[in-house]
Design a protein. Structure first.
Length: 156
C-alpha cells in the first residue's frame, strides 16, 4: 500500500519572502552538486546528471555500476530532523514547514526503496558535508562504484 502524502489543506502557505528565498536555492546544479561533480570528474568518473527517467531524478548517476547519488539540501531534506523540527517550532508557519519537510523525507525513503528494488545502489549525501569536504565524498563514491563494477565483472 502506498503511503499517503500529507495534506496542506488547513495550513497557511509559506510567506512570500520565505518562498522566494527558498526557491532561489534551486533544485539542481547547486553549489554543492557542482563541487561534487567537479571532483568526481577529476577522479576520472563519468556520469549522467539529473536523470529524469529514474525515481527521484538522481543528481548524479553511474548507469554501468547502477549507482545513483543524491546531494540532499540540509534544510529541504531535514538534516538533523529532531533539531530542525524544534527550531521550526519557534518560527513562522511552523506547521507548514514541518509538514513540508516531513513529506520530503518520506518521499526520499520511497525513492530509495524503488531504486533498490530496481537494483540500484543509492548514495545520499548532505549539502553541508559536501561543502566541507567534496574531495572526501567524491572518493567515497569512487570506492562504491569500483566495488560495484568489480562485483558485476565490469572491471574498474
Amino acid at each position: 500500500m502506498a503511503a499517503k502524502s500529507p495534506s496542506f489543506t488547513n495550513l497557511q502557505p509559506a510567506s512570500v519572502a520565505s518562498s522566494r528565498s527558498k526557491k532561489a536555492n534551486g533544485s539542481f546544479d547547486t553549489r554543492h552538486e557542482y563541487l561534487l561533480r567537479h571532483h568526481l570528474w577529476r577522479l576520472g568518473l563519468r556520469y549522467r546528471k539529473n536523470v529524469r527517467n529514474l525515481p527521484g531524478k538522481p543528481d548524479v548517476a553511474f548507469p554501468s555500476a547502477r549507482v545513483v547519488v543524491f546531494c540532499d539540501g540540509d534544510f529541504w531534506h531535514g538534516r538533523n530532523w529532531s533539531c530542525l523540527r524544534e527550531k521550526l517550532e519557534g518560527g513562522t508557519n511552523a506547521d507548514y514547514w514541518k509538514a513540508k519537510i516531513a513529506m520530503n523525507r518520506q518521499h526520499d525513503q520511497r525513492v530509495n526503496e524503488k531504486l533498490r528494488q530496481a537494483g540500484w545502489k543509492v548514495v545520499r549525501l548532505w549539502e553541508g558535508d559536501i561543502l566541507k569536504d567534496p574531495v572526501r565524498f567524491a572518493a567515497k563514491i569512487y570506492r562504491v562504484i569500483e566495488s560495484r563494477l568489480h562485483r558485476y565483472g565490469h572491471g574498474a
